[in-house]
Design a protein around this ligand. Structure first.
Ligand SMILES: [Zn+2]
Length: 209
């Protein structure tokens, strides 16, 4: 009977105690996530997100990214998928903010790519994994000022494809000071039909336009 009972063991991936309610979490854990109608303005481009980067959200992203708890990618990609559906962005092409080779090697996986692949499966949107590439190694950003971050990122990204006729949606895990997304917007230099951003979480929320 052991295998049979496993089928019914749909426990919350966070507390491992209670039955799953949504996004693989039980109702109590789900309610610990700070869902918002998140919006940040990236030099006149929209950036949407679902969660404030605090509490359980912070823990889940940390456990996924740094402790490699792979199952969390389904929670995070379903949250991103729902935001795309809510904002009606299914006709955009998915791109990801690329990580440095060094951090992919250290972590053992490309955490954003794994999430976007799941979003692609959920939505059937087009995804171009190497649409934006990283051409310059950058330092870790968390101890840098806004100015230093912009300097650190300058010239770090390139595009290989022609997106001048495309509506593109660039995905990242977290938006903090916006420096990365601003650099991507600057690098694209208007060569798109439309550009939007989507992240899982953000350190702050602005009023949407
Ligand atoms: Zn739970």
């Amino acid at each position: 009977m052991k295998n049979f009972s496993l089928l019914f063991e749909k426990k919350c991936i966070n507390c491992h105690q209670k039955t799953r309610y949504k996004y693989l979490l039980c109702k109590d854990c789900y309610e610990q996530l700070a869902f918002v109608d998140g919006y940040r303005n990236i030099r006149d481009c929209d950036c949407y997100f679902s969660l404030l980067h605090q509490g359980l959200t912070k823990k889940l992203i940390y456990d996924y990214k740094l402790n490699k708890r792979e199952v969390i990618k389904y929670t995070l990609s379903d949250i991103v998928t729902d935001k795309i559906l809510e904002k009606n962005l299914q006709d955009y092409i998915l791109l990801k903010v690329p990580s440095t080779k060094k951090s992919i090697n250290t972590r053992g996986f490309d955490h954003v790519d794994e999430i976007v692949k799941e979003v692609q499966k959920n939505t059937k949107m087009q995804y171009i994994p190497d649409g934006i590439i990283k051409v310059k190694p950058t330092q870790k950003q968390h101890n840098l000022s806004q100015f230093e971050r912009m300097e650190n990122l300058r010239g770090a990204f390139e595009v290989k494809e022609d997106f001048s006729q495309s509506k593109i949606l660039v995905v990242d895990d977290i938006v903090t000071t916006k420096s990365t997304l601003i650099e991507i917007k600057n690098m694209l230099d208007g060569n798109y039909r439309d550009l939007k951003f989507i992240t899982i979480s953000s350190k702050s929320n602005e009023k949407s336009r």
